[in-house]
Every structure is written in C-alpha cells, then in structure tokens.
Design a protein around this ligand. Sequence first.
Ligand SMILES: Nc1ncnc2c1ncn2[C@@H]1O[C@H](COP(=O)(O)OP(=O)(O)OP(=O)(O)O)[C@@H](O)[C@H]1O
Ligand SMILES: [Mg+2]
Length: 266
Amino acid sequence: MLTGMSTPPADDRTAIQVRGLTKSFTQSHVLRGVDIDVARGSIFALLGSNGAGKTTLVKILSTLLQADSGSARVNGFDVAGQAADVRQSISLTGQFAAVDEILTGRENLIMVARLRHLRNAGTLADDLLRRFSLTEAGARRVGTYSGGMRRRLDIAMSLVGTPPIIFLDEPTTGLDPEARLEVWRAVQELASGGTTVLLTTQYLDEAEHLADRIAILHEGRILVDGTLDELRALLPAAKVEYVEKQPTLEDVFLSLVGATPNGEQR
Ligand SMILES: Nc1ncnc2c1ncn2[C@@H]1O[C@H](COP(=O)(O)OP(=O)(O)OP(=O)(O)O)[C@@H](O)[C@H]1O
Ligand SMILES: [Mg+2]
C-alpha cells in the first residue's frame, strides 16, 4: 500500500492519462499500446480476463514497475520522470490485502498515519473506522476479521492522508455479496467526495454498477472504452421480446440475507 498527498495542477481535469503504453515480459507482450484517460473525481473500471495485464498497468501507474515505451501521467506527473510526485498523489490497494494481522484494525490505521507523519493519528483512525463500518471491530486483532472486513480496512488504510487518486486492484474478489456491496458503497463515497478511482475487476456487474467509464483490456490493448450506454450502443438495438424474468441467484441470496443491491438493509 502506498499513500500520500499532493496538490494537483489547478487546470488539469484529467487525473490519469496513458498513451501508447507497452510492457513485455520475457515470454509475452502484455501491454501493446494502451491509451486511457480518467477524469478527475470519476470511477474508471478496467475489465479484463485473468492475465490480461490489469495488475501490470496498475503497477506501472503506481510506479512499482517501469513501462517499456509510451507515457503515463498521474495527477499531472510523469510516472517515469516524476515518480516521487506520482507516489505523493496516489494510494494503491493491491490485489492481495496488505494489513497486519497481529495488530488491531485501529492500530493498523494509526501505524499508517504515523508513517505519513500525520498529526491526530487516533482521530483519523476513528474517522476511517466509522466510514467503513469498522468501529466495533476496530479494537480487535485483524487476524479475527472476515475477508470483507479486511478488504474494507485495507481500503481505509489507503485513504490515510486523503490522496486524490486511488487504485483498487480487484477490490471485491473473493468477497461475499454483502461485503461486496459494502466495498461498493465505500468506493461510491470516495468518488462523491472528489477522489478519482481506478479499479480493476473481472465482475461485469461491478463495472456496470460502479463505473462512470469502463475500459476493456484485451490482448494488450484497450478494446473499447466508454460509458455503459456507449458500450451498450455497440451491440444491435434491443429486441422487444416477452420473457419471464427469473430472479438471479444474487437476487435470491440478497433477499434471504437481507441486503439490497444498493447496500441498504431491508
Ligand atoms: N514480473 C513478471 N514476470 C513475468 N511475467 C509477468 C510478470 N508479471 C506479470 N506477468 C505476466 O503478465 C501477464 C499479465 O499479468 P497481470 O498480473 O497484469 O494480469 P491481470 O490482468 O492482473 O490478471 P488477474 O486477473 O489474474 O489478476 C500474465 O501473463 C503474467 O503471467
Ligand atoms: Mg491482477
């Protein structure tokens, strides 16, 4: 997890701009010329199958990996030439949770706040615990948390220092439907507060539900990039047919366990 603070250039409405980015590993050309633009304060979903290169792209944008060619600017800063400024502008919640199991949730948050030299680490930790519905669990060791609670704590930790741009690599993989809804709510809150969110996912409904723009990464390139309506318009117009609509398994599950797709309890 990386996090920090930086003031964005005032006139720059694009949080993330990627042009012609390529990256190869010995065996494979993973990224073959990727272009994306992410507007400030928006939620951008990057879709792709296993091995499509989503994590590779996120790592390049968060300066953990160098591209072979092309350019990427994050918060107005060049990922290759201004890596320190980029790191100050972002936080990254990786594909695998980076919380310390021995510490409590609150201690994890305080540790990150101290590492960032922030004052009022305790108040900050309590605020974040509240935002992520972890107040009661805050005093417990993370080792006792469920997967969803860990994931929420992981995201909360990446928000210490209120970075303007946040990368979430598969934030809901492995979570049960209720925990997913909680993470979705947290992501929506972030964006409504002005944070730019780039997330990767393999769940199409997650992108559909959350994202302002969706890009599909396939065979090293962005196959399509647009709003949900723009992507829908790529297919032939809908036919009017009579179909009996069966509830999805998700509908059944959520109705039995008492949550709605918007995350409110029934
Ligand atoms: N350090 C590395 N060395 C060699 N190959 C790598 C390395 N990192 C990634 N790859 C390869 O690059 C390809 C893309 O991997 P990446 O992790 O970016 O995919 P992904 O879209 O995040 O997949 P997933 O959905 O499984 O997380 C894979 O074929 C992977 O094996
Ligand atoms: Mg990945």
